[in-house]
Structure formats: structure tokens, C-alpha cells
Design a protein around this ligand. Sequence first.
Ligand code: NAG
Ligand code: NAG
Ligand code: NAG
Ligand code: NAG
Ligand code: NAG
Ligand code: NAG
Ligand code: NAG
Length: 371
Amino acid sequence: MASRGRALSLVALCLLLELALQGAAEHLVPAVFVFGDSMVDVGNNNFIEKCDIGCQANYPPFGIDYLNHKPTGRFSNGYNMADQLAQLLQFEESPPPFLSLSNESLSTRMSTGINFASGGSGLLDVTGNGPVCTQVFSMPEQVRSFRSLARMWGRADLISKSLIFINTGSNDLFEYTDCKGHRCKHNDTEFLHSLMASYTRFLKDLYGAGAKKFSVVSPSLVGCCPSQRALAHNPKNHRGVDNHGCLASANDLSRQLYPMIASMLHDLSLELPGMNYSLVDSIKMAEWVFNNTATPSYNFTVLDRACCGSGVFGADGCNSSAPLCQNRSNYLFWDDYHPSDAASGIAAKLIFGDTTGLFVHPINVQQLVEL
Ligand SMILES: *[C@@H]1O[C@H](CO)[C@@H](O)[C@H](O)[C@H]1NC(C)=O
Ligand SMILES: *[C@@H]1O[C@H](CO)[C@@H](O)[C@H](O)[C@H]1NC(C)=O
Ligand SMILES: *[C@@H]1O[C@H](CO)[C@@H](O)[C@H](O)[C@H]1NC(C)=O
Ligand SMILES: *[C@@H]1O[C@H](CO)[C@@H](O)[C@H](O)[C@H]1NC(C)=O
Ligand SMILES: *[C@@H]1O[C@H](CO)[C@@H](O)[C@H](O)[C@H]1NC(C)=O
Ligand SMILES: *[C@@H]1O[C@H](CO)[C@@H](O)[C@H](O)[C@H]1NC(C)=O
Ligand SMILES: *[C@@H]1O[C@H](CO)[C@@H](O)[C@H](O)[C@H]1NC(C)=O
């Protein structure tokens, strides 16, 4: 009896604690809506039948540092940037993947948020939907789904106070620089302008559905991820290597794209009444990490190799038979394309609260959600 009584009071205590925690955790926005690619996908690709296994992450050792070591479809050892930003906004983690939700639950989910992001997708409709992933949930489909849900739900007041979090563009750059053969276009100016035309359209469509607060993450130095370093250093490829030891052509494109995104957002905020944004300069963040390897503000000792994967720079892909590093938080990269939980966590903190003016413009997400 005594032990049963103790067990019951433990249950009661846990319930009380849970209630207390829920009470304390006041969300800073009504909802978070996430769009984009594998940096922020929390499992949409698990529900796409034709999606290539290389564009899914629902098998070990993905999620090895997540709750119960569970692979969920996050392209990370633990949480990703969408989770970590949501946590700073006082949610438990990212909202759930759109494709996991039943039609009945969609309207309740609208009130706290939905994640539409799909690994492999990009600004262009074709990105991901080809030889790379076979099929993804493209950006146009992500935006269209949100628009029709918003229309049915009819709570523009809540949507306008919610955060739209977008991380896209890197896969377009990967596919463009990796493209071989006669189908490939090779006019950088034209290519980058086509990306901006799509981006502008998506943002206007989201705004049209009631969204007002946008946190936009620009593509980082994409030529520095292990897969691209391996390409750059493969003697058969004759590809340029930049001063960080990365694929120069890919990084050049990122560097050209950033100011285009910055001026597009600036112009849109003048054109669209009540729109506000926070733009993340991911290139600055990457440079800052590369420049400050000697500073002990984080524990990254390995900046070029994937934690999970064999081959040069560990770039041959992550799966259960691939070698895994010992100390995952010492690695900037978890696999051939994606940051470790430790790295995305540092990015999320800067996105939310950077006050140096270096990494987010013109305001950070904390200021954005307070407007
Ligand atoms: C859910 O809703 C969509 C659009 O309204 C519809 O196309 C789909 O068939 C529905 N799915 C189910 C399982 O009812
Ligand atoms: C690339 O496209 C731009 C814009 O269409 C054009 O002005 C330029 O001449 C093109 N460059 C080359 C090398 O074809
Ligand atoms: C927010 O947006 C409004 C209008 O779009 C603009 O006037 C204001 O300066 C913006 N606030 C900040 C902090 O950027
Ligand atoms: C990193 O170092 C390079 C070369 O010294 C410099 O040009 C760049 O501005 C630095 N970037 C950051 C964010 O510290
Ligand atoms: C670095 O590692 C130490 C020891 O594991 C840990 O206490 C510290 O929090 C880590 N620092 C960061 C920024 O993660
Ligand atoms: C793992 O990382 C922590 C923090 O940087 C460090 O203190 C520890 O020595 C590392 N362990 C190994 C085996 O490298
Ligand atoms: C696992 O990844 C390694 C490279 O890291 C690769 O050589 C191997 O073929 C992969 N195994 C499976 C079953 O996909």
C-alpha cells in the first residue's frame, strides 16, 4: 500500500510539475510556420513514397541525440534549427510535419503551427524533383498548402502575429553547381534572378495569406559542407578551392545571392504594409566560426569532416553502417550536408537574440516577435 501511495503521489507530482512548466512556458508567438529544406524538415519526407532514401533521415543514426535516440526524419543527430528556434520561442520543439497530420487535426494545428519543410526542395520547382531526390514537397506546394489552410481557418489576426520561418535556396545552388550535361544552364546572373523571382512570389503569397513576420535564413557557404569540399578536392574534378578549402564556385554563388535577398526583403517591406522581417546572414556566421577556431565560445574542433560517414571528409553519406564520430558536439557537420545539433543550436541562438548587428538584419527574431 505504502509503495502504491508513493507511486500515486509521484504521478500527481509529475502532473503538477507538467502543469507548472506549461504555465511558465508562455509562447512568444501564437504559432510558428516553417518552410524550406532539410535544414528545417522534421519528417515531411517520411510521408513521400517516391522520395529517394538519400533524401530521408528516418533511420539510425539520425536522431541519435534526439529524445529516446529516435530517428524522426530530422537531418541531424538531435534537434534542427526549426526546433531550436521554436524552443527559444518557448515551444517544446518544431511544430509537426504537415504531411503527418490528418485532415481533422489541421485546423487545431494551425493555432500553434505547422512545419511544411521538405529535404531536397528549393526555390525552383524542379529542385529536388529530379535525379537528386525523385520527389519532394516543393516550395510552391508548401506555400500553396499553407494558403489553403489559412483560407479555411480564417484567423488572419493570429497568422499576422505568428512567425514564418524560412530556410531555402541551398539545394538550388547545389544542383546548379553540380549540374553536368547539355540540359544545364550556365548563366549565373540569369540563374540567381530566377531564384529571386521565385522567392519574391512565395513571400508575397505568404503575405497574401495573412503572414506579416518573416525570419529568413540565407544560404550559407554551401561550398564548405563536406560533400562540396570532397568535390573541390577530388583531383579528377579540376574545381576551384577557396581560402577556406571549400568549393569556390558554390560559395561564389552564395556570396552573390545574399545581397539580392537582402534588397528583395527591404523592397518588399516598403511595398507590403505591416510586413517585417529578420534576415539571417548565414555567410557571416560561417566565416565567424572559421575565423574564430581558437576562441573557446564553442567546442568545434572539426570544421571540415562529417561526424557520420566514411570517405574523404566523411562525405560518402550517413547510414547505420557508416562510421560515427565519438564527440558529436565537436563537429560543425553531422553528415555530408547538414550541421550538427550543436552547430544549428548556436545559429538558432544568434537568429533569436544576436545584438551585435553582425548576423541578423535589421532586427533579430526576439525583436521581430515583439513588434
Ligand atoms: C484531406 O483534404 C484534402 C483537401 O481538402 C483532400 O484532397 C484529401 O483527400 C483529404 N484526405 C483525407 C484522408 O480525407
Ligand atoms: C546572362 O544573362 C544575362 C541576363 O539575361 C545577359 O544579360 C548576359 O549577357 C548573359 N551572359 C552570358 C555570358 O550569356
Ligand atoms: C516594421 O514594418 C513597418 C511597415 O512595414 C515599418 O514601418 C517598420 O519600420 C518596421 N519595423 C522594423 C523594426 O523594422
Ligand atoms: C573572417 O576573416 C576574413 C579574412 O580575414 C575577413 O575578411 C572576414 O570579414 C572575417 N569575417 C568574420 C565574420 O569575422
Ligand atoms: C563545451 O563543452 C563543455 C564540456 O563538455 C561544455 O560544458 C560546454 O557547455 C560546451 N560549450 C558549448 C558552447 O557548447
Ligand atoms: C569531447 O568534447 C569535450 C568538450 O569539447 C572535451 O572536453 C572532451 O575531451 C572531448 N572528448 C574526446 C574523447 O575527444
Ligand atoms: C552507408 O554509407 C557508406 C558511406 O559512408 C556507403 O559506402 C555504404 O554503401 C552505405 N550503406 C548503405 C546500406 O547504404
